[in-house]
Design a protein around this ligand. Structure first.
Ligand code: SF4
Length: 196
């Protein structure tokens, strides 16, 4: 007589299905059959959870970034699994590594090729301040050539710190006013970098 077939569900498989996190809906008015909020909040929510990063990695911090993208830390959990290697399709440039003064104009050009709205994450001591390389050839922080939104400290920062930096960027993206990019304050910031 044939034995009944049993299907065993692995407990970790069940965990995966139970741990799906749904993004919180923005503040608004709701009642039976309707929900109303502002366009700004909806756009912020969508942008926050679909950031397309452009990795600009030049040295060791880039290796930590590779770990951040791996399955253990998994940047995909934050909607950022889609790496772009063309700046025109990306809205977050992650600068990781030592940037020499010769490289600075290239970094600036890549930044300028990104469409607005765009954000900048300086990952590690070198990108943030030149790090240990206080020399004639190394740029002492990328904020000398492009405006930076979030700095991640460390030499190198651990993947958790890079993830935290991305979360801080998400906070900025989520709460940014749609008018900010057209404001006098933002134009003055770009002007201070010689960007029209
Ligand atoms: S901050 Fe440290 S780990 Fe990162 S690129 Fe500079 S020297 Fe390398």
């Amino acid at each position: 007589m044939p034995r009944p077939v049993r299907f065993n569900v692995h407990p970790r498989e069940a965990d995966i299905h139970n741990n799906i996190a749904i993004a919180e809906m923005p503040a608004g008015l709701q009642g039976e059959g309707f929900f109303a909020t502002s366009l700004e909040k909806v756009v912020g929510l969508a942008r926050k959870n679909s950031i397309w990063p452009l990795p600009f990695a030049t040295s060791c911090c880039g290796i930590e970034f590779m770990a951040t993208m791996g399955s253990h830390y998994d940047l995909s959990r934050f909607g950022s699994e889609r790496m772009g290697f063309t700046p025109r399709q990306c809205d977050l440039i992650m600068v990781m590594g030592t940037i020499s003064k010769k490289m600075a104009p290239i970094l600036r050009q890549v930044y300028l090729q990104m469409a607005e709205p765009r954000w900048v994450l300086a990952v590690g001591a070198c990108a943030s301040s030149g790090g240990i390389f206080d020399t004639y050839s190394v740029l002492q922080g990328i904020d000398q050539v492009i405006p930076v939104d979030v700095y991640v400290p460390g030499c190198p920062p651990r993947p958790e710190a890079i993830l935290d930096g991305v979360l801080r960027i998400q906070d900025l993206v989520h709460n940014e006013s749609l008018r900010r990019r057209h404001s006098e304050h933002y134009k003055a910031l770009l002007n201070s970098y010689g960007i029209q």
